[in-house]
Design a protein around this ligand. Structure first.
Ligand code: CAA
Length: 421
């Protein structure tokens, strides 16, 4: 049902407007209205807060369909998901009703403010502050890369509430457009996803009611941000799948009609191999996205890993597939009159935002280090001669201490199994 509804919006509204908004770099209110009218705004929001009660799998399907027609149309929607998840993850009942209902109904838009000029991948190093003063928090500082900024009515902002704390340093605070001291700054001129605004936001003694602090308990911001990204990354991955599928379809059609050497180029083996690889990788990415989305929906224990895996694989695939699609279009592919170069421009950002693919690989690798600690039985099958000093109690002790130190450095406190002699 969601796929059909989203595809309908994508084909009837998004695709015909994609080139216009890419050129003009203006917020496509018609697209937002069409998405809302189709009832897609509240797909992932539970029914008790006015949504449709679907899962991350449903929103991924919607993002995928919208992105197949326009990557900007896809992220316009996906970023609303990103803004709402901190509320779902950490908000009080009252906050969930207050902030999620108008979004589910399509009456308001939300934006997510985590990154700063000097805090990108290192999301724990924020500088914007929120200082408690009576029954308010006073915000100062700035945020970078706010997608949907300016168009959105509500901003989920992460700021430092306890500079002295290491693990409870930040909190998430909901800031509404129009609050004195809150201002939209530089509007970025982007390579791709040009229909959605990406802006800086500034806070100068911006006073926000204390009841807007998510969960009304300070210090949970980093955890809320990380848990949010675990749930939202499949959405970016779905955007990438949509872009790859959209580019593939244009390339298939073009290859069937474009004649060279007296035959359609789709009859040439080199083009066929490219199309086959593009389709195979896109399908593999799609399936990994669905697996990760279902893991989120079922609260599986390996969500962070799967979510990072699908994000990095699908977005790397999108970059590859859209680049190959431009190649199939040849010289025409490089020209703005043709729809294909936009897919390549739109795909690039998916490898960067919601955590660079370098960060995703780091998240996956950290999970693997953790998992390896539960695989010590495999040591019995690894020839002893490469297990230095494996029968020497002193060496075993030193190795155990060293691996515990390394694991703690990477993961925090862990129980490290000792070597099997
Ligand atoms: N869920 C819940 N808690 C988590 C968690 C998770 N997935 N990951 C870590 N935590 C907790 C840890 O348990 C730890 O808690 P304690 O202090 O109580 O032990 C705490 O958070 C710190 O964890 P780490 O030491 O692992 O944190 P780190 O500083 O090493 O950072 C990181 C890890 C993976 C690099 C993280 O900083 C990260 O994901 N960075 C990328 C940020 C990102 O994606 N930014 C993009 C923003 S969105 C955007 O692009 C804008 C847009 O509009 C689209």
């Amino acid at each position: 049902m969601w796929r059909e509804r989203a595809r309908n919006v994508a084909e009837k509204v998004v695709r015909p407007l994609a080139a216009k908004y890419d050129r003009e770099q203006e917020y496509p209110w018609e697209i937002k209205e069409a998405i809302a009218k189709a009832g897609l705004m509240g797909v992932w929001i539970p029914e008790e807060y006015g949504g449709a009660g679907g899962g991350v799998i449903d929103l991924c399907i919607c993002v995928e369909e919208l992105s197949g027609a326009c990557g900007g149309g896809g992220v316009l929607y996906a970023v609303i998901v990103l803004g709402t998840f901190p509320v779902l993850v950490g908000g009080t009942e009252e906050q969930k009703h207050r902030f999620l209902r108008p979004i589910a109904k399509g009456e308001k838009l939300i934006s997510f403010g985590l990154s700063e000029k000097f805090a990108g991948s290192d999301a724990a190093s924020l500088r914007a502050t929120a200082v408690k003063d009576g029954d308010s928090y006073v915000l100062n500082g700035e945020k970078k890369w706010n997608t949907n900024g300016g168009a959105a009515d509500i901003y989920t902002v992460f700021a430092v509430t306890d500079p002295a704390s290491k693990s409870r340093r930040t909190s998430a605070i909901m800031v509404e457009m129009g609050t004195p001291g809150f201002r939209i700054g530089k509007v970025e001129d982007k390579m791709g996803i040009r229909c959605v605004p990406v802006v800086e936001i500034h806070f100068e003694n911006c006073r926000v009611p204390a009841k807007n602090l998510l969960g009304e308990v300070p210090g949970m911001g980093f955890k809320h941000a990380m848990a949010t990204l675990d749930k939202a990354r499949p959405g970016v991955a779905a955007q990438a799948v949509g872009l790859a599928q959209g580019a593939l379809e244009y390339a298939m059609v073009y290859a069937g009609y474009r004649e060279q050497f007296g035959a359609p180029i789709s009859s040439f083996q080199m083009i066929q191999a490219m199309l086959a690889d593009m389709a195979t990788k896109t399908e593999a990415a799609r399936n990994l996205v669905y697996v990760a989305a279902l893991a989120v929906d079922t609260a599986a224990p390996n969500v962070s890993k799967l979510s990072a895996m699908c994000k990095l694989f699908a977005t790397d695939t999108a970059m590859e597939v859209t680049t190959d699609a431009v190649q199939i279009f040849g010289g025409y592919g490089y020209m703005r009159d043709y729809p294909i170069e936009k897919y390549m421009r739109d795909a690039k950002i998916t490898q960067i935002y919601e955590g660079t693919n370098q960060v995703q690989r780091m998240v996956v690798a950290r999970s693997l280090v953790k998992e390896s600690l539960g695989l010590k039985h495999l040591l019995d099958f690894i020839p002893k001669e490469i297990q230095k000093g494996v029968n020497d109690p002193e060496t075993l002790k030193r190795l155990a201490e060293e691996s515990k130190r390394l694991a703690e450095e990477t993961l925090g406190s862990v129980d490290v199994p000792t070597h099997n002699a």
